[in-house]
Structure formats: structure tokens, C-alpha cells
Design a protein around this ligand. Sequence first.
Ligand SMILES: [Zn+2]
Ligand SMILES: [Zn+2]
Ligand SMILES: [Zn+2]
Ligand SMILES: [Zn+2]
Length: 444
Amino acid sequence: MIVAGMNMMLVTRCLIALPAITQTMAREECFQDFQGQTMCIQLISRWTRPPLPYPFSIYEPQGQDVGNAPHHTFSDENQKVDEISESSGVEMDTEAELPKRSTARHKCVACYKQFKRKDHLIEHMKISYHSVHQPKCAVCQKLSKSFESLREHLTGPLSKAHCSGIFSDRGCNLCMNIFDSPSSLIKHKEACSLSAPVPFEKTLSNAESQKKISGAIDEKRTCRGPKAVAMDCEMVGGGSNGTLDLCARVCLVDEDENVIFHTYVQPQLPVTNYRYEVTGLTEEDIKNAMPLKEVKDKILEILNNGESTGRLMLDGGKARLLVGHGLEHDLDSLRMNYPDHMLRDTAKYRPLMKTNLVSHSLKYLTRTYLGYDIQSGVHDPYEDCVSVMRLYKRFRRQDHQVEEIGNQNTTGSFDSYKYKELEKMSPNELYQISKSDYRCWCLD
Ligand SMILES: [Zn+2]
Ligand SMILES: [Zn+2]
Ligand SMILES: [Zn+2]
Ligand SMILES: [Zn+2]
């Protein structure tokens, strides 16, 4: 059983599904080491999908918009293994999970999941939207839905031994890339791991700070033509219980982290809670601040950058991309509209979201992908702007091979084939027609 050169040898693995109501899955993993000693560890993992009674379970991977995705039920006992691995919150390495009880398996060339039947692989491909834009393991090339799943694959309790071994040796835990040697990793980390920006008030003279706070636009900077602008709003509370978010401070930053607009904002409704511990704002700050309408006009002037509304709705033209975290909420608080295709939201970018499509906090993203802490005391909108801009630029720089021109259709690529044609395709051909269901920032 023991193969020389392998650290651990997988002997048996078993899956025990606990009663569905607990939504918990217990797994026991047994390994044999070099001395032939068998080691078993029990792993308990949360099964996040509300379970349906098997065999009526519907094939619905977590975190997919399955609105018009094909559903099918399983009648074959062996298929339950496929179903569990597909529906758990974290993508698992099914290749290793599957008992070696059957002969021919249909393997997805992108995520390495295996299926007993070809039609199950086809259904999987239809709803997986595999593409070059998905986070990829630099060791085994496996594609994941999110960086969180890639992290699980490389460092989690169910990680692949080969990949995690190499990663722990010379992998960067921020960008998840792998380097030639531990020393080149150290060199890389100097550039990859960032430190928090200096709060912008401290970098400006008093006069300059006043100018920013009066809401003046620095023409020199806005005309230089950066493609993206980051925005962050600080909210105070309105309404009888103070839970209504009112924008009281807003900051805009260009791609070089220069403040291009900053002002306090006079909310349109009375403030009932200044949330001082978080916002650091007082009545004094807001009393004579810029009215909301004026703030909104100035922001739109910066973002539109002289472009007409019509052009902006179509291809944007010279208008700026708006970068932020939870932009819909910020735009709502400013009573402002900006076209969806011009938004780059770190809370909505698929690879940065949790596997179940819930957003991570900006604090978490900054710590995990940039390597420093923010929002430890009073929130600084400049600091948040810099974080989202750095995240945006980092993921815009991703080097993905761009899909063929003229084949940019993101949905329905499988629908244009007859089922019989799909059945004849090899797993690789199926992957070739698969398209991403989100716009990757590397295309900006
Ligand atoms: Zn797959
Ligand atoms: Zn990409
Ligand atoms: Zn791997
Ligand atoms: Zn890195």
C-alpha cells in the first residue's frame, strides 16, 4: 500500500451524513504514514444548504444563481456522494473524497469534481460557469468559485496534501501565488503586503484641508484621467430610533490614492444618533456642511467626467469607474444613480465573496488580501477608499488569458447546443464552451 515518495497514503475515507436537521456532516479521514501506522481524524463540517429528504434532494450548489439552472434528482445511491460534495458550503476536493468503488468517472477538467454519469457532468458544467477568470490553484491548476474556496483548498482542514505542502513552503497567503523559492517569496511579500495609509488630514496643511472640506474639486487631479475613482460614505443615524443611515461625510480617491473630493454632508433629515464612536462626527461638523444635493452634483461631475448620460449608459466613454464596498448603499444614501456596468464593488465581486455568495467585510478583505488592519477605532473614509482602490487594482492586474474575441457571451453558451451534441463532447470541450457569469476586473 505504501508508495515511496508520498508523505501520506489515503487508505479509506467515509462519509456519514448525520440527521439532516443538524446540517452537520461528520467525516473520518484515515491515513497511513511511512511506518504503516494508521491515523484517523474526525472532521466535522457544517452543511450549509437546508437539506431536503434524499432522494428528493435537488442538485443546487451553494452560491449559484439557479433561477433557470437545470435541476435533477438522484436515484442512484452512489450519486449521493456527488451531491454532498456539491452542496456543502465549501468546495471540497471530490477527486479524493470519492470512494474508489466505480470504474469510469466523468471528471470536470476545471474543478476536478467527478460524476458517475455524463449527464451529471453536463448539468454541473451548465451551472458552474467555469472560466479562466476563476481563482486557480497554482500547484494543481484546480479552479475554485472564490478565493475563499481556493484558500480552503490550500490551507484548510480538507486541503490537498500535495498543494498545501508546496503552498506552505513558498506560497503567498495574500495573493495565493506560488514562488520559485522561499527567498523569492520573502522578496515578493515586501511588495504584496501593504501597510495602512497615513490619514489624509495629516498629509495636508490646514489650508489644503479646509479646501477639501469645503468640497472643492482639485482640477489638476481630476483631469489627469484616472480610470477609476473610489468612494466611501460615513453614515450617521436618523429616524426615531437612529437606525436610518444618513450620509454625513464622503470621500473620493483616485487610482494614486490622492483625495479628489472630501466633504461633510448636511443630511436631509434630522440626525438622531451621530454614532460618534464609529464616525467621530459631531453636530458641529455637520451644521454648516454642504447640502446633499450639492454633494451629489459634485460627485456626478467627477464621475461623469464630461460624458453625456446617454454615452455613460452605453459604454461609459471617458466616465470614471466607481469603486467601493457596498456601493448600492452609499449611492442610496446620496440619492444618486450610477450605471451598474460602471460599478466595481468589492462586496459584490464574485471571487472575493464567500462561497455562499455573502459579502465579506472590508475590514476582512483588507486584512486577508492586503495584509493590514483598518477600522480599529473611528472609521476614516479615506482609509476605506484606499482599501477598496488597492483591492480593485490588485484584482484588475490578475493575469488571465482573455477569452476569444467574439465569444464574450456570458450566459446561454450551453443553451445553444443540443443535448446530444453536449453528450458527445469531451470534458475539455465542455469546459471550452463554458463562460464566466460575472465580469472579471482583469478585463478593465
Ligand atoms: Zn467543475
Ligand atoms: Zn479575469
Ligand atoms: Zn491544488
Ligand atoms: Zn502575494
